[in-house]
Design a protein. Sequence first.
Length: 414
Amino acid sequence: MTSLSPEERRLRRDAKRRRIRRRRIGALAFVAFASLAFVAGLVASGALGGREAAAAGSTTTETTGTQTSETTTSATTTAATTTAATTTQATTTKAATPPRGRLGSGSAVALAFGGDVHFEGIVLSKLDASPTSVMAAIAPVFKKADLAMVNLETTVSNRGAPTPGKTYTFRAPPSAFRALKAGNVDLATVANNHGIDYGMTSFLDTLRYAKRYRFPLVGGGRNAAQAYAPYRVTIKGQRIVILGASQVIDSNLISSWTAGVGKPGIASAYDVGRLTAAVKAARKKADTVVVYLHFGEERHPCPSSMQVSIARSLIAAGADIVVGSHAHQQQGGGRLGRAFVDYGLGNFVWYSQNSSASTTTGVLEVTVTGRRIDGYKWVPARIIGGSPTPLSGSSRSSALASWRGLRACTNLSR
């Protein structure tokens, strides 16, 4: 065997290394091509989560009517079977979120309602002396509630002139909002027949001062969209939605006072279709829907046919609680099917002392879990010196019996 020189042995070793390197590169290229082909086949068959699986993973639906909830459904398992190897591969996403249902988050919320509030006469004197004194007696009752609401039946402004032809016109200084907050009131409606008593300039001042004092209002705005918009708040996980509207506006002022497109004003309940549409829209993202109305006939202890009709329409649209004021005396309250209605809360912070009916007042407390009315009660009070003062002893018992008796002409149940 012929011996190789050192140089020949080196050349042969280099050639052998090149052959091995080429074989390795070829093998790697084959593996990469095969892997790409396999992945492409899986994608085409849907095994890695196609468009349908992605869509099923985050579907949000809303239902309206008696059963309203937001439900998020998630895909649980997506399987794809390859034809050649009959291999099944599954992709599991997170578990489905249970629907909220009629009870929402499941936590009970306590709501409190008072009637008509203004700051005239003796009430104005109290306000000027000390805003915190105006509702001091009733403040502890409101404090126990998760949310407290009244009807602000006055414009809040230092400007404007009384509306010509109106017998009664009400106006209050901005400190009115200090009095409401000190009284543990969380929200007010301005949809009533006195909200624009001193003209549109004063009404816009009301909105401006409310914003300054960080005090939310419903039932009025710089346009119709704002006026009919609800107040939304989440309490204990429950989505509470509250709207305000008025069915009482002087006939010659309905057009000028009603909010419109680019036109400030209040939400009118004369247009029942517009109001029920607002309730239906609110229902879609709410666990509890409340409507506070200014409606009825003055000094009538029983609801009018108009009140009954509107209340039923609002409940049919999705309202759970309908409360109201305007009669300057109490009207009855009770259950209407699964909902709750109180047709008249009476005066609340009020200068008039001319009759027992006008000074008989109180706080309505309603406990609700989602759409379920858990219970309600009346806390009797008397307007003394313009301010509501809770009753006790025999006076309380007598006032409570009178309030319950008002239900007789309402067709509401206990």
